[in-house]
Design a protein. Structure first.
Length: 272
């Protein structure tokens, strides 16, 4: 699995250097992708120096990557020589989501679930040390950009991440804990392997994960696992409440059974 970073969008130069001895590894491509990811919604317009600092890639290589992205239509530059993404980058996520059977099959299920609960519901999968949102109910209220489809978040401070981390084999979980960096997004963010392990044990006992204000203030979520027809854990479905707080017991009483039924319905459609 990939290493964990404070910023879920960053690909530092150290990661690229780790593969420099691989004759089939294309460093220029890796740097270009790192530069592309550095132009995230956290810094919509960034100078060459800012991108270079964020990625750790030399300024000259950063400039060439940005120049190439502009020429290919994936980025542009403003009058202040700051670079920003263009809508063409969405073609990457569209291609993946169109080909992802789980995302396609989940959409009508999430739509029905969202209508029933009158809350925002999402499907997420574990990718490396992060979760990535694959689908969201169409009736969802406008929410934080951090929860949009395609957004990546650290697994250690999200209910969907807790559900999936709780199912990892012991050796994989130990490796994750050894490299995880517990960035304190709020005072409620898990800040140590011991604290996270306690939360994961609660997930195993209850069959769901509850996270309150671990990523953002006044944001609480409850997630359940999605297992495919062969019983393998392949994702998580959650309900997201933003702007108000509900306790763990009340969240479970309201939302666990509908979420569980939706996860079972989706899982039955997914081949091993």
């Amino acid at each position: 699995m990939a290493p964990s970073f404070t910023d879920p969008d960053a690909v530092p130069a150290a990661t690229i250097e780790r593969y420099s001895g691989d004759p089939d590894f294309v460093t220029a491509l890796a740097r270009g992708l790192a530069v592309l990811l550095a132009l995230s919604d956290k810094r919509r317009h960034a100078s060459i120096s800012q991108v270079s600092h964020r990625t750790g890639i030399p300024r000259a290589a950063t400039r060439r990557s940005l120049h190439t992205l502009v020429k290919l239509g994936f980025a542009d530059v403003d009058d202040a020589r700051r670079f920003f993404l263009r809508p063409r980058v969405l073609s990457f996520s569209h291609a993946y989501l169109s080909a992802s059977s789980m995302a396609v099959l989940a959409q009508p299920i999430l739509d029905r679930l969202g209508e029933t609960l009158r809350e925002a519901c999402s499907l997420a999968a574990l990718d490396g040390d992060e979760i990535v949102y694959l689908a969201r109910s169409r009736s969802s209220r406008i929410m934080s950009p951090a929860l949009n489809v395609g957004r990546r978040l650290p697994a250690y401070c999200t209910s969907a991440g807790h559900v999936m981390l709780a199912q990892l084999p012991p050796d994989e979980l130990d490796a994750y804990l050894a490299r995880a960096r517990f960035h304190p997004y709020t005072e409620h963010t898990p800040n140590s392997p011991e604290r996270l392990l306690a939360l994961l044990e609660a997930v195993r006992e209850s069959g769901f994960a509850f996270a309150s204000q671990q990523m953002e203030a006044r944001l609480c979520t409850l997630a359940v696992p999605v297992r495919n027809a062969g019983g393998a854990h392949v994702g998580a479905i959650n309900v997201i409440l933003q702007g108000r707080l509900v306790g763990r017991s009340e969240m479970a009483e309201r939302y666990f059974q509908p979420l569980h039924e939706a996860a079972m319905e989706l899982g039955a459609l997914l081949l091993p």
